[in-house]
Design a protein around this ligand. Structure first.
Ligand code: IMP
Length: 203
């Protein structure tokens, strides 16, 4: 075992396998099909770029009703606690059933902001679904109608979730054991997971 592989195994552990993800996403699809079966118009599923798009793609294929999708991009919360919309929706959601699709609800600040911002646009209904819910770190209480998995207070990567832009393409969700080590070497898992180390950016 090379030093890199040894370090990678020590750095993360399996939290949710791709099989568990597929089963839960399928069940959420059934739950949401029931929720929107009587809708006059297809619900608009809104996902925040980029992490939630992986979940969204699987979720809509597990739903047995017509849906529309749209995307937003928002600047992350800084110390100021202020969020800015970097890319807005293309759809007019007034009078529509709207479902926010999140990858993870952590502090709750992002979902809280989104719910308020979208509610101002007069949708006929507003709900939220998240793949992962990390309630231990919640700062603001926020309504969450549907959730895939409740997870403990760990930093996770995979299935769309990233660390510094890496690891979104893992099929499983891994818990990072040592975030400080990963911050020091963001590529620490690469050899073990993908077989070869991506060239590091030059100086
Ligand atoms: P919030 O803290 O609920 O506002 O979540 C903000 C965003 O932080 C999420 O949409 C994710 O992009 C990111 N995030 C929170 N926890 C994790 C994690 O464990 N792994 C990867 N990204 C995370």
């Amino acid at each position: 075992m090379t030093n890199d592989v040894f370090r990678a195994r020590a750095a993360a552990e399996m939290l949710i396998t791709s099989h568990e993800l597929a089963a839960r996403v399928s069940a959420l699809g059934t739950e949401l099909t029931r929720a929107y079966a009587g809708s006059a118009q297809p619900p608009v599923l809104i996902s925040v770029l980029k992490g939630a798009t992986f979940f969204l793609a699987d979720l809509i294929r597990a739903m047995d009703v017509d849906v529309m999708v749209d995307f937003m991009s928002i600047s992350p919360y800084g110390q100021s606690g202020v969020v800015r919309i970097v890319k807005d929706l293309e759809a007019d959601i007034s009078g529509r059933d709207v479902l926010i699709v999140e990858d993870i609800v952590d502090t709750g600040l992002t979902l809280n902001y989104l719910r308020k911002a979208l509610a101002e646009r007069s949708p006929s209904s507003l709900r939220a679904v998240t793949l992962l819910d990390k309630p231990a770190r919640r700062i603001v209480p926020v309504e969450l109608e549907h959730a895939g998995f409740e997870i403990p207070d760990v930093f996770v990567v995979g299935y769309g979730l990233d660390f510094q832009g890496l690891y979104r393409n893992l099929s499983d969700i891994l818990a990072v054991r040592d975030l400080a080590r990963m911050a020091n070497d963001p590529l620490v898992l690469v050899d073990d997971l993908f077989g070869s180390r991506t060239p590091r950016p030059g100086p």
